[in-house]
Design a protein around this ligand. Sequence first.
Ligand SMILES: Cc1ncc(COP(=O)(O)O)c(C=O)c1O
Length: 400
Amino acid sequence: MSGSKSPQSNGISRKKRHSDRPRSFATKLIHFEGAIDEATGASSVPLYQASTFHHADIEQPQTYDYSRSGNPTRQPLEDYIAALEGGVRGFAFASGMAAISSAFMLLSAGDHVICTEDVYGGTYRLLTTVMNRMNVETTFVDMTDLDRVRQALKPNTKAIYMETPSNPTLKITDISAVTAWAKEHGLLTLLDNTFMTPYHQRPIELGVDIVLHSATKFLGGHSDVLAGLAVAANESLARRLGHIQNSMGNVLGIQDSWLLMRGMKTLKARMDAHEQSARKLADWLASRSDIAAVYYPGLPNHPGRAIHERQSAGYGAVVSFDVGSGERAKRLMNKVTIPLVAVSLGAVESILSYPPLMSHASMPKEVRAERGITDGLLRYSVGLEDIGDIIDDLEQALAD
Ligand SMILES: Cc1ncc(COP(=O)(O)O)c(C=O)c1O
């Protein structure tokens, strides 16, 4: 499937550019292929609410035949994320987990995966309770230490799965170091870029083969759409992933594709504002003596800060912190008045999560403890509210 095509173009198209200067990310977010409808000039991609397409000439292949295989509303979204990540082809799925599980379908029975140890809980569940039944085994390692990654290599290792910053303790993996090593061993590299988005981090430029997103988070940005995206770095992977998407059928619906594009247009403005507040929140938490630990890659004492700054243009909007005990964390969650107390992150509204009972509930308690997901750990996804109000609210909630 090539780029989006309008079936009855009336010739309305973009003016030709007279400059070869690459456009900046901010401009790419607004002016993408398909952003103006060629048939009517409409300022957003039309909703082609159709499952199937008439064959005008049965002998002639046509761009779209059935919406599982391709849809003219979903296609501009898939082209959009591919352009933002710098890959060759994008794929839109029904959720982040649909994208991640589809990427793992590139593996076969008998293969081995090396995965970052503090991976999103749902990915951990997929690898330890589903992929294991397909005879795909996983070794979880602390990816802040490249030696551990090297030691995990087995004759049947086929892939490395990264998440950086990781969820929820915001550990940093050196992406280029891992991809360089992986290439020496012919391994496929996958990276969950949900926390950073392509605005801050473009893993394909650092050698990653497949970038994955829970677009439910910052890309969508409004807690109103569940979606996943994948981008392939080269044509042969793109062909294989396209085959899997069509075979599994876990594609993103038409209305949700439209909603996601609507959200993505404001990604830069939202990320800038989110991050400005997140930095203030992290500094404020770090200055308090009653907070046992603060995890944020922008803090001067974050052990991965230098590596993070080499590979990312920002620190993001997720701040995790340990209030010392499970009782105190639960008291705080009952007292806050600004954030949603909920699973998820990356939205206009602040979201406070309790990883031990929410995103990482599927991880056994002892595994959580090993990975720093303590009973007092909270994860704050800083929204677009006034930061003074966010801090006031937390201050009253922390008062015992
Ligand atoms: C880092 C990360 N990856 C993947 C997922 C899964 O995405 P979804 O909930 O859209 O299936 C999440 C969800 O919280 C996440 O935080």
